[in-house]
Design a protein around this ligand. Structure first.
Ligand code: SF4
Length: 197
């Protein structure tokens, strides 16, 4: 492993520590566990067909039993409810209650400190950082280290470098429009997985 690789891993570890700390601070203030907070934030920002216990367990890299415990606690607090899935009556989907939606809106400020730091960087620097991070996520997904990656680089609608315009070289075949590096999505609701090469 090169010295540069070691430094990148050390930097990612520092950033992961920052994210854990911010989440813990929010958890302490709201008297929820970090995974319960992540669950509320996830339910608040994803389509209902992605809101099942099994899906959340995959997203967070947890067992179904651990995920189910977190969901049961949030249900007991009146923040979410389970209901039959319209497509499969045997499956259950999770939905925030009105109280859960209000609570999630407050929690969404947990990353404000990071937003404030990012404001000091140019759009070009941030687009380059996004490109690097998405490529890293794609590589980890292909190595089966992470199981969920709804990013452009793993999407069957993505056409890399289809256009000559350096400002928007890529293309989304679903929306039929060019994509700049900064347009690449990290968690796209329309994503459909391309077959692994
Ligand atoms: S559908 Fe979404 S993930 Fe797929 S290429 Fe288009 S924007 Fe990217």
């Amino acid at each position: 492993m090169s010295d540069l690789d070691t430094k990148i891993i050390a930097a990612l570890e520092r950033l992961a520590h920052v994210l854990r700390t911010l989440l813990w601070e929010e958890a302490t203030a709201s008297r929820l566990s970090p995974i319960q907070i992540q669950t509320l934030l996830y339910l608040n920002s994803h389509a209902e067909d992605l809101c099942r216990v099994g899906q959340l367990a995959q997203e967070f890299g947890l067992t179904s039993a651990t995920m189910s415990d977190a969901v049961t606690t949030l249900e007991a607090k009146g923040l979410l409810q389970r209901e039959p899935s319209p497509n499969d009556r045997r499956a259950q989907r999770l939905r925030l209650t009105a109280q859960g939606r209000r609570f999630s809106a407050k929690l969404s400020h947990w990353a404000d400190a990071l937003h404030a730091s990012l404001a000091h960087f140019s759009p070009e620097e941030k687009a380059q950082a996004l490109k690097f991070l998405l490529k890293l996520i794609e590589s980890l997904y292909r190595a089966e280290i992470i199981t969920v990656a709804r990013i452009c680089l793993t999407c069957r609608f993505f056409r890399a470098n289809l256009h000559r315009d350096p400002r928007a070289p890529h293309h989304c075949a679903l929306m039929d429009k060019p994509l700049a590096e900064s347009d690449l999505r990290v968690d796209c609701p329309e994503h459909e997985l391309v077959a692994k090469g």
